[in-house]
Design a protein around this ligand. Structure first.
Ligand code: SF4
Length: 407
């Protein structure tokens, strides 16, 4: 299998001050308890509308953004979620609801749409122990994914994406999940595979402001050292067993290792059940550049009105060889001229990596920053700010022996 090489892909132009997204957390409460979730479900509950406004002010003060991921916790359990969506929309931003979907009813969906919801990202995977879906594997959960995709499509003109946490046990289902997404390319805009990462308390000591923390006192209580980390390369290889031509177009690197892949973006073009090929690095560069030139912001989420315009994207084939290949294959059947060609993104996210020397390799230009005490912080580590007033540092156990952490 081809080894991922960051030089083969377009480095997404997102940065701290000018990015496609920001991550708003109006609540820490959730109606599920997913394995590996980085947010505690018991802290300070729902934010008031004034607090939500203050967070949005911080985003807009520090960062140019296109979309706001409204997450948590589960945002749908917030009693004022409709007003929150309305306020995000009123600021000229795209409200994207990151939810497990448990609390979503057709009525609530209609109200959210009327308030300006742009898209939904449903987190569904086999580690969630969902009521009615206990012990269901990823394939069986496609039935539930389909239900949500249909609900959103029937409500009209909103995007639909799916997140799954990928573990060593569940990764074998990825090719089939990709086939399911291919069949539903007309209603599913994005598939996100978030790779399981263990905290590493057997290998590392952790420190807050230089003070060593006992493993049992760490806020991340779901560290499971018996579980193996999953790497972006493994997921990429698995997808290629089903789709040998599958390839990425863009990436985000790690903060400590410029050649590490943290976000890996692919864009496939097809009709339901058939893939004609993938966007290349130049196509994504044109897309991001044009969006920034004309909208003054980078693009992270594209709704159905954009993703159904796959034929227009083929124009980027002037500079993108892969898109020229897509055009050749698609128009090989002249009847396809009367069909829609859809675009669908596939994102592989490899969160924080613990390096051998204890440094923590984060996503450079983190798209999912949130607000803590008026500052932008990595949302995956906000609980460290909340509980210790700083990000934890770490060192390998063997090399430690003292109480000072490196970083
Ligand atoms: S640094 Fe953390 S919050 Fe930011 S994108 Fe990576 S995993 Fe998400």
């Amino acid at each position: 299998m081809a080894k991922l090489n960051h030089h083969d892909y377009y480095r997404l132009p997102w940065n701290l001050a000018d990015n496609g997204i920001a991550w708003l957390e109006p609540t820490t409460q959730c109606n599920l308890a997913c394995h590996g979730c980085y947010r505690r479900n018991d802290r300070d509950g729902h934010k008031s509308l004034e607090e939500v406004d203050a967070d949005l002010d911080v985003f807009q003060k520090f960062r140019k953004i296109d979309a706001v991921s409204i997450a948590g916790g589960d945002p749908l359990v917030h009693p004022e979620i409709i007003e929150i969506v309305r306020r995000v929309k009123a600021r000229g931003l795209k409200p994207v609801l990151n939810t497990n979907g448990l609390a979503l009813t057709p009525e609530l969906l209609r109200e959210l749409r009327a308030a300006g919801a742009y898209a939904f990202t449903f987190h569904i995977d086999s580690t969630q122990n969902r009521p009615g879906w206990k012990d269901a594997n990823e394939l069986e959960l496609n039935e539930l994914r389909y239900k949500f995709a249909r609900m959103v499509a029937d409500a009209g003109d909103m995007g639909c994406s799916f997140n799954s946490t990928v573990s060593e046990e569940s990764k074998k289902f990825i090719p089939e999940m990709m086939k399911w997404a291919e069949r539903n390319i007309d209603t599913v805009q994005l598939m996100v595979f978030i790779l399981y990462r263990a905290l590493g308390t057997r290998r590392f000591d952790f420190f807050a402001n230089g003070e060593k923390l006992e493993p049992g006192t760490l806020i991340y209580n779901e560290d499971d050292e018996d579980k193996k980390d999953v790497k972006a390369q493994q997921v990429y290889d698995l997808i290629r067993t089903e789709y040998p031509d599958f390839d990425a177009c863009a990436f985000l690197n790690g903060t400590e290792q410029p050649d590490s892949i943290k976000w890996l973006l692919s864009g496939r073009l097809g009709t339901p059940g058939k893939t004609y090929g993938y966007m290349g690095r130049k196509g994504m560069e044109i897309l991001q550049t044009f969006h920034h030139l004309f909208m003054d912001r980078y693009l992270a989420y594209a709704g159905p009105s954009t993703t159904k315009m796959g034929k227009s994207m083929l124009l980027f084939g002037v500079l993108d060889k892969r898109l020229r290949g897509v055009a050749r294959r698609f128009y090989a059947n002249p009847l396809n001229a009367f069909k829609r060609l859809y675009y669908q993104s596939v994102m592989i996210i490899q969160p924080i990596d613990m390096l051998d020397d204890g440094t923590q390799n984060m996503c450079d230009s983190c798209p999912d920053v949130t607000v803590w005490n008026g500052k932008l912080v990595w949302s995956c580590r906000m609980d460290e700010q909340a509980n210790y007033g700083c990000n934890l540092t770490s060192r390998p156990k063997a090399a430690c022996g003292g109480t000072q952490a490196s970083r």
